[in-house]
Design a protein around this ligand. Structure first.
Ligand code: HEC
Ligand code: HEC
Ligand code: HEC
Ligand code: HEC
Ligand code: HEC
Ligand code: HEC
Ligand code: HEC
Ligand code: HEC
Length: 254
């Protein structure tokens, strides 16, 4: 003990600096010792790099094949896709890694993805996507139905807009269907230009304008030839328009 204390005092400099130097020396020797054990053998042989990394990466099993391999057996799908808006998407983006499938297509099936989750990864509205990228709001865009029902994933161009009135005015069509007016065609009361079905706001359908329109069937003297309820057109409901009291698409609800 005495000799250690003697040595300590013999060293130059204040005590705290001496302690620091000793701790530093200890850490340094630890670092050298660990370096010998922990740093891989070939590190440094070719710069700041582990040379055997290439071999170990090479030895990993291949799981993705690349589109060119899929095309050999599925040329029908690839022909369709290469002319579509999805031409730049690789098969395995949607179908997952295909290496096992190549070994034995029958046992290792690539399940076609179902539901809405896959497509919305790329197409759900997100302000950070590039302008013009086709986006939809999944809560509004045909909710609850799988995208595949309407869009072919290999050629997703939207199906042409349906032309029946009910495709766009579903609520009204469903209401009318269970009303006393179920038998009346929409176009009987709304003369509709063809353009309206393709570009609705460019051409607006006609709407009945006066009491006489309804009176043509319901007036006491109306010549509608059917057993339908009649009213006195002069007095019934005063001079108000009929649809101020009767919803025309469900007229029994006064
Ligand atoms: C060696 C030929 C071959 C290659 C290459 C190949 N497939 Fe297949 N694939 C098949 C065969 C055969 C079937 C049908 C298996 C069955 O239904 O019994 C199949 C089925 C599928 C199915 C499922 C069809 C269904 O109706 O369930 C998908 C999806 C698929 N392949 C995608 C791919 C993708 C993606 C690739 C590229 C990574 C690929 N295939 C590469 C031969 C191949
Ligand atoms: C945008 C995602 C997507 C891409 C990219 C894609 N698929 Fe598909 N694929 C699907 C979906 C979703 C289905 C399921 C369709 C269904 O059930 O109606 C499917 C179905 C299939 C089927 C089953 C039979 C059929 O024709 O419907 C095969 C085979 C197939 N894909 C192969 C391929 C190949 C090969 C490629 C690349 C050339 C590819 N797919 C690219 C999403 C994709
Ligand atoms: C009931 C059928 C139907 C279903 C289900 C459906 N779509 Fe559509 N989709 C359409 C129709 C019709 C259009 C074109 C008219 C429109 O814009 O509403 C369209 C338009 C689109 C567009 C816009 C294309 C453009 O040029 O702007 C995208 C993107 C789209 N759909 C993606 C999806 C995705 C993703 C799903 C599933 C989450 C889906 N759709 C489900 C019928 C459908
Ligand atoms: C990995 C991202 C990705 C996935 C997943 C994906 N798409 Fe697309 N989709 C794209 C790209 C990229 C385009 C082309 C956009 C362009 O050309 O501006 C596109 C275009 C579209 C279009 C517009 C076609 C047109 O005529 O304007 C529709 C609709 C569409 N995809 C529907 C789908 C459906 C349905 C699915 C699911 C089966 C799906 N997409 C999955 C990336 C994706
Ligand atoms: C492609 C979708 C679509 C189809 C198909 C469609 N409509 Fe419309 N319709 C609309 C839209 C959108 C409006 C709202 C226009 C506005 O508010 O500017 C509208 C408005 C109307 C109006 C109200 C006009 C007004 O002055 O308020 C009537 C009436 C109408 N449609 C009747 C019909 C009838 C009848 C049919 C079938 C023969 C039909 N629509 C088919 C989309 C459609
Ligand atoms: C018996 C005649 C009649 C029939 C049949 C009829 N409508 Fe109407 N519709 C009217 C009248 C009248 C109005 C004007 C109501 C108002 O101004 O308050 C109207 C208004 C509308 C409007 C404007 C929005 C609203 O709800 O007031 C739309 C859209 C519309 N009708 C669509 C349809 C569609 C689609 C059908 C077929 C499913 C249909 N109508 C069948 C008489 C009719
Ligand atoms: C083309 C002839 C026709 C036109 C135009 C017409 N209706 Fe009707 N309406 C009928 C028929 C048919 C019934 C149903 C008879 C039945 O099935 O009981 C009916 C039923 C009704 C009823 C139900 C009566 C009850 O028994 O509860 C009311 C109210 C009514 N219409 C109001 C109107 C109004 C308002 C208009 C104008 C917007 C109108 N109708 C235009 C033919 C017409
Ligand atoms: C001020 C509100 C009001 C107006 C406006 C009005 N109705 Fe009525 N309507 C009623 C009420 C309330 C009843 C049910 C009581 C009754 O039979 O008088 C009724 C009943 C009816 C009935 C059924 C009669 C039966 O015998 O079952 C028909 C049809 C009818 N209205 C058609 C019309 C037509 C067509 C117009 C426009 C010319 C019109 N209404 C305008 C309030 C109104």
């Amino acid at each position: 003990m005495k000799t250690i204390a003697h040595l300590w005092n013999a060293l130059p400099g204040p005590d705290q600096v001496k302690r620091l130097v000793i701790i530093f020396a200890l850490l340094l020797s630890c670092w050298f010792a660990l370096r010998q054990r922990l740093v891989p053998k070939t590190f440094g042989d070719a710069g700041h790099y582990r040379l055997t990394a290439i071999d170990s990466i090479e030895a990993q099993p291949v799981s993705y094949l690349g589109q060119s391999v899929c095309v050999e057996c599925h040329d029908d799908v690839s022909d369709l896709k290469s002319a579509s808006y999805h031409r730049d998407l690789s098969c395995e983006i949607c179908h997952g890694p295909g290496a096992m499938h190549l070994e034995d297509p029958e046992t290792y099936q690539l399940r076609p993805p179902k539901g809405r989750g896959l497509c919305t990864i790329c197409h759900a509205y997100n302000p950070s996507r590039p302008t013009g990228f086709p986006q939809i709001d999944p809560m509004q865009h045909n909710p609850l139905e799988p995208c595949n029902n309407c869009h072919d994933p290999h050629d997703p161009t939207p199906p042409s807009t349906p032309e029946e009135c009910g495709a766009c005015h579903g609520e009204i069509a469903r209401t009318k269907a269970i009303s006393h007016h179920a038998g009346l065609n929409c176009v009987y009361c709304h003369e509709t230009p063809d353009e309206h079905k393709h570009n609705p706001r460019a051409a607006i359908p006609h709407k009945p304008a006066n009491r006489q329109f309804c009176g043509a069937c319901h007036g006491e003297n109306a010549n509608s030839g059917r057993e339908i309820p009649r009213i006195d057109l002069e007095s019934h409901g005063g001079s108000n328009l009929c649809w101020e009291c009767h919803y025309p698409h469900y007229p029994e609800a006064y």
